[in-house]
Structure formats: C-alpha cells, structure tokens
Design a binder for this molecule. Structure first.
Ligand code: DSN
Length: 438
C-alpha cells in the first residue's frame, strides 16, 4: 500500500481518494440500512430515556473514537515486544501505555489489559491460580454475586468447586464472622469478593485477615465500583488482594472490556492464562480505548463526577424510601441501590412488571432478586437502580429526586398505562437539558 508522505504521484492520488471517502456512517446507512437503523434506534433510546441500569454508562467520546479506530484491523497475539505477528509496533505503543496507566491509576504491581470482558478476566484468574476441582468461596448469586462467581451453568461452576456465603438476614450486609467460619470449615484455595448488586462497602482489611487465617488467596471483582476506587471514594482492594479484576465500562466509563491487576508473583501465570490460556488475539482497538479511559479517569473532574454519582444514589434512595419503597440494607454506600418492592402492599408489583412499566415511561432499569427473595430470577421482588449513566449526562440530586418520585408513582400502580405515558412526556422534557456526550 502507498505510504502517506511519499512524493510519488500515485501516492498523492491514493491519499486524496482516501481523504475523499464518504463518511463511514453515511456508507453504513447506504450499504446496510437495517443495521444502521438498529444503531440509530438505540442511539435514540439512549438519548431520550433515563438510563438507570447500574452496570451501564456512556463512554467518554474519546474512548468511542479509539474503540472505532483502525486498530480493530490488527492481529497481535502475544504481549508488547513478544508478538506472533509483524507490524505490531504501533499497537505495542497503545498496549504499553494502557498497562502503565492502569498501574498508575490503581497502584498495582502488574496489569493485564487484554481480557475481552470481566467474565473472561475472572476465568483467566481461575485458570492461573486454581486446579479444576479446587474450592472457591464467593458470594451467592441471589444475594448479589455474579454469574462468573460459580453459577452452575457458568464455566466457573463447571470446573471449580464453588461454595457460597450470603448476607446477614437482619442487616442484609456481609456477615464477616459467618464468612470467617465458612472459610475455616471449607478451606478454600481462593476467597472471592465483589458483586453485581451489593450497595455496601467491603472491609478489605478484615477480608485479608480471614483469607490469611484460612490460608487462601484473596480476589476482588471490583467491576461495579472501579470508577469509585479510581477516584478514591471506595475502599481500595489493591493493597489487600492477591488479584483484582474489573470491567472497564461501568463506573469507569471506558470501553466494554476487562482488566486484571495482580501482585508481581502472579504476573506470569495470569498473563499465560489470558493468552494463550483462554484468549487468542487481543482486541487492540479496545485496548487503546481502555488506555484513553484510564487517562481520563485521573484527575479532579473524574473525582467530582464519581462524588456526584454517590450523591445522586443517596438522593434517589432517600426519595424512594420517603415514597414507601425500601432500599435493601437501608441505603447505599456506592452507585447502586436495590429496591425492595414488598412494602408496597401491592402483591402485583414484581420486579418484572415494574421493569416493563418503567421502560414504557422511558426509565430503564433491571429487575433484580433481593436477598432472601421468594420470587424467581425472572420475576423478582426488586429492581436494581444505578446512577452512573444519568450522572454522566450532568443530572444531579434535584433530577434524581424527581426520578425517584416518578419511579415510586409507577411502582404504586404499575398497570396505569396513562401514568406511564405522562411520565414519559416529562422524562422527554427533562432529558433534553442533559445531552448525551458524543
Ligand atoms: N451483568 C452485569 C451487571 O449488570 O451487573 C455484570 O457483569
């Protein structure tokens, strides 16, 4: 291919035809109108609704640009300086910068930025640190844990012997004494903490003590709270844990992907488990986008953004409780809350029904089991709400108080479709003042 910068006439015309290519979005709309329409409809949904799914966010526009870049064209199996392909000099730059920034942001000894997702990151850690059949102690899925923490249909549950701890029925929070006893009884090789639907902090000092007493490794899956950790607004797991995994797209606002941080002594086995253990070619465009995200997560404006996420979660929880709903565990320390629908005195209001009713009002969340839920996972007695995405748009407490009142009014009467329509109109009016970053 002609190199930009060549003085030949042919090079000049190659460059100008490259420059004159139509806008890729326009090309897509012409060449594949069905997919283009799906993307544009999703853009519309994300713009004209309120996103409260706790694991979602709007990426930084700079992250989106890197994720949509030509780095997607490149194969780079291996690691920087040790690839199985030629032409890796520029993707090496991107991966090395990503690694340096991950270490700087989280203060870890070693990082791996190649996992395609949080579940892949976890699978790689298990492969690196465990033998099939080894015991792992982790949080119950129906108390807020994650599929990749030993669910029987997930590879984690298939290959390893997961045993689970739950929450205290009175406090609906972790019971460290029960966890200690279970760890001493079960003698796991790994104690795993972290959750998808747990609104409280973790006591990492105590967890380290338990792991040491039981003679096991300690791992934190901080996917949900990574942005808060980066901003130092959540207890930091890195000094206490042997391994920390995360996704990069939730509170952190990077691209969809995974990251592993670990102590130096596990570096080689973790890297080998990611590649060639469970993955082939790394997604270099996503790795570059992760690097961009790590850069943008440093500094005061990101810290202020994370603080606003917390303030908004408090405002939402307080408003809902004032309107007759209940936050599991009595409130939240982080970006999410689990709302118990049982106090509504309305047998009909399940998580499933409310999720649909709120969707009709352009307020998006997910049904979620609450601890000790009597309903099944596809029905549930709760919903999970998170503030990161709407906070990214600039919404503050006053907006979240309004959102809380809308949610409560619909929860009290989830079959009132006229109410859903009128809330939808009000939502539409509110969101116009809070553009989606693009
Ligand atoms: N499924 C994600 C969540 O919604 O929390 C976690 O991977």
């Amino acid at each position: 291919m002609t190199q930009p910068g060549s003085s030949s006439k042919a090079a000049g015309s190659a460059i100008s035809s490259w420059i004159e290519q139509p806008d890729p979005r326009q090309l897509l709309s012409e060449q594949d109108p069905e997919i283009y329409a799906a993307i544009e409809s999703e853009r519309h949904r994300q713009t004209y609704g309120i996103e409260l799914i706790a694991s979602e966010n709007y990426v930084f526009p700079e992250v989106l640009a890197a994720a949509g870049s030509v780095l997607t064209n490149k194969y780079a199996e291996g690691y920087p300086g040790r690839r199985y392909y030629g032409g890796c000099q520029y993707v090496d730059v991107a991966e090395k910068i990503g690694l340096e920034r991950a270490l700087e942001l989280f203060g870890a000894e070693h990082a791996n930025v190649q996992p395609h997702s949080g579940a892949q990151a976890n699978a790689a850690v298990y492969m690196a640190l465990l033998e099939p059949g080894d015991t792992v102690l982790a949080m119950k899925l129906d108390h807020g844990g994650h599929l990749s923490h030993g669910f029987h249909l997930n590879s984690s549950g298939h290959y390893y012997n997961f045993v689970h701890y739950g929450l205290n029925p009175e406090t609906e929070q972790l019971d460290y004494e029960v966890m200690r006893q279970t760890a001493l009884d079960q003698r796991p090789k790994l104690l795993l903490v972290g959750a998808s639907a747990y609104p409280r902090h973790f006591d990492f000092r105590l967890l380290r003590e338990i792991a040491d007493e039981a003679g096991c490794l300690l791992m934190m899956d901080m996917a949900h709270v990574a942005g808060l950790v980066a901003a130092k607004l959540h207890p930091d797991p890195v000094p206490y844990c042997d391994v920390v995994t995360t996704t990069t797209h939730k509170t952190l606002r990077g691209p969809r992907g995974g990251l592993i941080l670990c102590r130096q002594k596990h570096a080689r086995s973790i890297d080998r488990a990611v590649f060639p253990g469970i993955q082939g070619g790394p997604l270099m465009h996503i790795i570059a986008a992760k690097a961009v995200g790590f850069k943008l997560a440093q500094g005061e404006s990101f810290r202020m953004y994370q603080q606003q996420i917390l303030d908004n979660a408090q405002a939402l929880s307080d408003t809902l409780q004032a309107q007759g709903l209940r936050s599991v565990s009595g409130g939240t320390d982080n970006h999410l809350l689990l709302v118990d629908l049982n106090p509504l005195n309305n047998e009909e209001t399940t998580g499933k029904l409310l999720e649909t009713a709120l969707d009709n009002a352009s307020i998006h969340c997910n049904k979620n089991m609450i601890p000790f839920d009597k309903r099944k996972a596809m029905v549930t007695s709760g919903i999970r709400l998170g503030t990161p995405a709407a906070t990214t748009r600039g919404m503050q407490q006053v907006e979240f108080e309004q959102i809380g009142r809308w949610i409560a009014s619909i929860a009290h009467d989830p079959k009132d479709t006229a109410l859903q329509e009128s809330v939808r109109d009000e939502v539409l009016e509110m969101v116009q003042a809070f553009p989606v970053p693009a």
